[in-house]
Design a protein around this ligand. Structure first.
Ligand code: FAD
Length: 429
């Protein structure tokens, strides 16, 4: 190890030494340690490949989010190595959630359980867990593996290809890797450097979120609640029951509407809490315990251009958020699982070409394509209050139809049913 290797950002000579620093070399570099990045690193850890994770924040770190973990999160955790799912069940504080409650624009409720037939002792199908806790749980697991090196508090600034790999630079070091995974969220530097897949404003949403205490009226099985508002469709207000008697409360709208209608999300959210007939009574004794904070989310428009020579994009970096529900954590983790499989294959064959990594795009299309199309269609339907009201009324009258709708939320693949045109015909009859 050289003297230069030990230089730190606090060293007075640091900036002079930077150009002379030797690159660190790894098989795989992962940019970002959110659910996508940590799931990828943990899935690849048993391969023994040398992995570096570069993360700009210091953990534990806050993320503005609804904190709802879908069944997909559970499913991926179950397949991850070294008993991580059991540790999640037994060590992480979280609220078990058994379903989803919608309020239609006409204010009719519709309860959809995540599981239609329960078995004795069944684990809850979903959870609500503060991201500060969940993300840190995954992040700390990385430290158990000697082949994973973590650089925390360092943002990747630039990436360059060289013969045999990709080099990335932070303010503190340069790193060379044979494969790079972009798991660096919405404004991904990896995506912006290499990919044609770029953010499309018409699929961009803004959401604000605050924590409250003493909100009342939750479903006894902690259903997450989405309240659709006639004047703001397809936007919705959410209330999710959290641990320690807290509620995660938020409002999300298409960015275009926020700009065109000059909407201040925080003002509208506060107004609804004061005046909306469904919401106000539940907040009568509630206290806001954190200030509302906003963050953007890019809904998935298509599933193209997710990889290229020596790189793959995961989760929000790949713009993979569900266009109807805004769910992204499960999709981020599922994309990481698929990426791990393709990266393993690329090392086995020694081929890191764009053609090899196209296998990743194909896996994502197979895994998420149906669900993506259905969600995009549901998002379009949700713009019509009369149709929305009709679907909710029909589901409340017709158990078979309700179960069909419920099945869309209860595992990775059932949305296939909804691609059947008969389903859409049934909405109208
Ligand atoms: C208001 C709101 C509510 C939401 N609610 C839900 C919900 O309830 N359930 C759900 O499933 N999804 C929800 N989502 C979506 C969800 O938050 C994301 O889809 C999810 O965080 C994606 O995970 P990720 O690992 O891809 O990205 P992120 O969680 O964004 O992680 C990316 C990581 O990369 C790091 N990073 C960024 N740039 C760099 C860089 N240059 N160098 C190094 N590191 C970098 C960041 O610090 C971060 O830790 C919500 C989104 C919003 C905005």
């Amino acid at each position: 190890m050289t003297f230069f290797y030990f230089a730190t950002s606090t060293s007075p000579h640091y900036l002079l030494l930077l150009p002379l620093m030797r690159s660190q070399e790894f098989d795989i570099a992962i940019v970002g340690a959110g659910p996508a990045g940590t799931t990828l690193a943990l899935s690849l850890a048993p391969t023994g490949k040398s992995i570096v994770v570069v993360e700009k924040a210091h953990f534990p770190r806050e993320v503005i989010c609804g904190d709802a973990l879908s069944g997909q999160v559970n499913n991926v955790l179950k397949r991850m190595p070294d008993g991580i799912y059991q540790d999640f069940l037994h060590t992480v504080k979280k609220t078990p959630s058994w379903g989803i409650r919608f309020f239609s624009p006409g204010q009719d409720p519709l309860d959809l359980p995540f599981i239609l037939t329960r078995t004795e002792g069944q684990e809850p199908p979903g959870y609500i867990c503060p991201r500060v806790t969940f993300d840190d749980f995954l992040f700390q697991r990385l430290k158990r593996y000697s082949n994973i090196v973590i650089h925390e508090g360092e943002a990747v600034k630039t990436l360059n290809r060289f013969e045999g790999g990709i080099e990335l630079s932070t303010d503190h070091r340069t790193i060379q890797a044979r494969v790079i995974a972009g798991a660096d969220g919405l404004n991904s530097v990896v995506r912006q450097t290499f990919s044609e897949r770029q953010l499309d404003k018409s699929y961009f949403c803004m959401a604000t979120r605050a924590y409250f205490e003493e909100v009342t009226g939750f479903h006894p099985e902690n259903f997450i609640e989405l309240i659709f508002l006639k004047e703001l469709l397809p936007g919705y207000f959410w209330i999710f029951p959290e641990v320690n008697g807290r509620a995660n409360v938020g409002l999300g709208l298409p960015f275009k509407d926020v700009i065109d209608k000059r909407i201040c999300l925080k003002v509208v959210m506060e107004e609804m809490i004061r005046t909306h007939p469904l919401i106000a009574p539940r907040f009568r004794n509630a206290t806001m315990v954190t200030k509302p904070k906003a963050r953007g989310l890019a809904l998935s428009r298509n599933l193209k251009n997710l990889s290229g020579e020596r790189y793959l994009l995961l989760g929000d970096a790949a713009l993979l958020v569900d266009p109807f529900t805004g769910e992204g954590i499960g999709l981020a983790m599922a994309s990481a699982e698929s990426a791990a499989a393709v990266i393993r294959e690329s090392f086995e064959s020694g081929d890191f070409s764009a053609a090899t990594f196209k296998a990743y795009d194909k896996r994502i299309e197979r895994r998420m394509g149906m669900e993506h199309s259905t969600s995009a269609a549901m998002q379009r339907f949700a713009r019509y209050p009369w149709l929305f009201d009709r679907v909710v009324r029909k589901a409340n009258r017709n158990q078979a139809f309700k179960e069909l709708l419920a099945s869309t939320f209860n595992n990775d693949n059932v949305r296939k049913k909804l691609v059947n045109p008969l389903f859409y015909a049934r909405l109208l009859i």
